[in-house]
Design a binder for this molecule. Structure first.
Ligand code: PLP
Length: 223
């Protein structure tokens, strides 16, 4: 029952961080299953975990099919290529957390409209401005969010997602989280509800910086 232990420890850390900053905030945990098997997912499911995240359409396709008898909530968190849009929409994921460009938004809108579907979406912010990461640059994230909200009604924009700076320096990571939070706070007036920040190495810091959704992979699935 190693995974159950991991889950309990993670929840305890989330709770500690949450209570230290804001007792009233509700924090959602998405288990990132990209390095794990169907059996691992089932084990966490047995412990009550329902939300899982994948970063490749192919893997999401396989795992959601293998586990289709369970009421799981799938989050897509990877860089979505245009040629994978149809495959993703067929799976009907609960949420796309990684909307990274206007072009992708327009393409998604067209197909969603044609199929008469909607999709919960988070706008991804490249808050650390790293070449290797996708997402909107922070300077244009706010305007882009409003534009997409206006022009792509089938994309149900409900907040922001960001990956902390890729460094061991907590001060720099904190800066990238705080930058995303400042954009999110403006967007709360536009109905934004979700601020997805924090992975295994930095989720307690992310919560202290305002996150209300953490995406945990390695810390949950380690054996
Ligand atoms: C892999 C991944 C995670 C989980 O990372 P861990 O460090 O294993 O917790 C979270 N978010 C995104 C976007 C990822 O690609």
């Amino acid at each position: 029952m190693q995974l159950e232990q991991n889950l309990l420890e993670a929840i305890e850390k989330i709770e500690k961080a949450r209570i230290s900053v804001d007792r009233h905030r509700i924090i959602k945990l998405v288990a990132v299953s990209k390095y794990s098997t169907k059996e691992d997912i089932q084990e966490l499911y047995q412990c009550g975990q329902r939300a899982f995240g994948e970063n490749k359409v192919q893997d999401l396709e396989t795992k959601s099919k293998e586990l289709e008898d369970k009421p799981l909530e799938w989050h897509f968190i990877g860089t979505l290529q245009t040629n994978k849009i149809n495959a993703l929409l067929k799976i009907k994921p609960f949420m796309l957390q990684s909307l990274h460009s206007l072009e992708l938004a327009t393409n998604l809108q067209k197909r969603l409209q044609r199929e008469n579907l909607t999709l919960n979406t988070l706008l991804q912010v490249n808050s650390a401005k790293e070449e290797s990461k996708s997402g909107f640059m922070p300077e244009i994230a706010y305007e882009s969010y409003l534009k997409i909200k206006e022009e792509c009604p089938n994309l149900k924009l409900c907040g922001l997602m960001s990956i902390g700076a890729h460094t061991q320096d907590l001060k720099i990571i904190q800066k990238s989280f705080e930058l995303t939070r400042s954009i999110y706070e403006k967007l709360e007036k536009e109905g934004a509800k979700i601020l997805s920040m924090g992975m295994s190495d930095d989720f307690t810091l992310a919560i202290k910086c305002g996150s209300n959704l953490v995406r945990l992979g390695s810390t949950l699935f380690k054996r």
